[in-house]
Design a protein around this ligand. Structure first.
Ligand code: NAD
Length: 297
């Protein structure tokens, strides 16, 4: 059993913290929304009054926050004044940020923290957080990864060490850029099939056994029918909301800009999700972009 500090108890962090308490850890939980702390306590966590308090004395300190600015402020203090969770933590603690943020901020926080710091964004969404089937992509020191891995496996199915500081965020940005582009082109193929008089099922049967095969097709099929569990079968209730996909594409675009990498498909995917969100699709599953592509919103 470890002493774990957990900060950020939202859609993802809430169930992750509850899974750690269920696994027998002593979890000190904090969120700026008191109702979320109360929910974590119902799940077996202990309420604490601040992020710094969650960090104090813990073996492992975890954040699951919305964006890079929240992460920097939580760990390094307001304006980087040093009065954050990193300074409040034990010098031998392992610090772990599971939020999805930009690579430079992940590297900066890791360096400034003065501790063994891991960036460990996740894939798998709210369902994965609840069922403890997340995949963690992790950047940071190898020894810290080895020490944190057993705990990661209690919140998820897989944990992959991707390299040094920021490598987890880099993997997440690359993966989700691929996902967005394959989803859009899968939607385009189904709309084209409709215009050609080819049934959804026929295209699915062929493409799922041919070279057009992808996760977007076989797990998240954007039309109802072929994959009964996909969001298309429940009017595109998320799943993975288009607004979150847009956030991740923004991070990929930023990464492409600062590395001078050419990402023409990723850029186009970003534009299309921007348009979909502008039209009101942000709260629907990202596969719902098929409605915009079909011309019906
Ligand atoms: P969320 O908005 O539901 O939760 C974030 C929580 O952080 C909120 O409860 C908020 O009150 C809290 N918070 C913000 N600032 C704080 C502070 N200074 N101190 C304490 N608590 C603070 O977001 P989420 O859906 O749980 O996502 C969290 C992260 O995980 C994001 O970076 C997101 O991109 C990523 N992610 C989300 C999903 C998903 O499907 N929701 C999937 C993969 C990755």
């Amino acid at each position: 059993m470890a002493r774990i500090g957990f900060v950020g108890l939202g859609n993802m962090g809430g169930p992750m913290a509850r899974n750690l308490a269920k696994a027998g850890h002593q979890v000190a939980a904090f969120d700026i929304v008191p109702a979320l702390v109360a929910r974590a306590v119902e799940g077996g966590a202990i309420a604490v009054g601040s992020a710094a308090e969650a960090a104090q004395g813990a073996d492992l300190v975890i954040t699951m926050l919305p964006a890079g600015d929240n992460v920097r402020e939580a760990w390094l203090g307001p304006g980087g004044n040093g009065a954050g969770m990193a300074a409040a933590s034990r010098p031998d603690a392992i610090l772990l940020d599971c939020s999805t943020i930009d690579v430079p901020t992940a590297r900066e926080v890791a360096m400034e923290s003065g501790r063994a710091f891991l960036d460990a964004p996740v894939s798998g969404g709210v369902m994965g957080a609840e069922a403890a089937t997340l995949t963690f992509m992790v950047g940071g020191p190898e020894a810290a990864f080895a020490a944190a891995e057993p705990v990661l496996k209690q919140m998820g199915r897989a944990a992959i060490h991707c390299g040094g500081a920021g490598a987890g965020q880099a993997a997440k940005a690359c993966n989700n850029m691929m996902l967005a582009a394959t989803m859009i082109v899968t939607c385009e193929a189904f709309v084209l099939a409709e215009r050609l008089g080819l049934s959804h099922q026929a295209l699915f049967e062929v493409a799922s056994k041919s070279s057009g095969q992808s996760w977007s097709l076989t797990t998240y099929c954007p039309v109802p029918g072929p994959v009964p569990g996909s969001p298309a079968n429940r009017d595109y209730a998320p799943g993975f909301a288009a607004s979150l996909m847009l956030k991740d594409l923004g991070l990929a675009a930023e990464a492409a800009a600062f590395t001078n990498a050419a990402t023409p498909m990723g850029s186009r995917a970003l534009e299309l999700y921007q348009e979909f969100v502008r039209q009101g699709g942000g709260g629907t599953d990202f596969s719902g972009i098929i409605r915009m592509i079909r011309g019906v919103t």
